[in-house]
Design a protein around this ligand. Sequence first.
Ligand code: HEC
Length: 143
Amino acid sequence: MIRTVLVVAGLGLGLTAVMAQSNPIAERQQIMKAVGGATREGAAMAKGDVAFDAAKAQTVFKTYADAAAKMPALFPDSSKTGGETTAAPKIWEDQAGFKAAFVKFGQDAEAGAKAADLASFRTAFGAATKNCGTCHEVYRIKK
Ligand code: HEC
């Protein structure tokens, strides 16, 4: 299992490096889609629709931590518009606040990675997913 996770993470990094050079908008949307997918899996576990699985829980938080680490670099000035981006102008007006929001998201994800049972997973997942709306509210336009 650990090996699988490492291999997948390795592939993800390679792909990210290639895409970053070509299209930061597509890449950040791809990363956020993965965050969305992880959140659906996490929510199913938190609600008890699927059984708690510590490895799956860790994958959810790892996806969040990776996103928090990679996202801030994917908003060059050249990417304010295009590619059906929903990034709000506020990102470029308030770079410090935007970056700080990802630091917070990353910290909550790191804390969550320690959750070893359903109760602690629920708490950590709830805390980490508060960041989604907080950030989107300010730094994303509604389409
Ligand atoms: C610190 C800011 C921030 C945090 C935290 C954050 N997001 Fe996002 N998210 C964004 C931005 C900015 C976009 C718009 C990217 C674009 O279109 O260029 C986005 C876009 C998305 C999208 C649309 C991707 C697409 O198809 O284009 C989804 C889904 C999403 N986020 C889910 C989540 C979820 C779920 C969480 C929490 C677990 C989360 N995000 C946390 C900033 C954030």
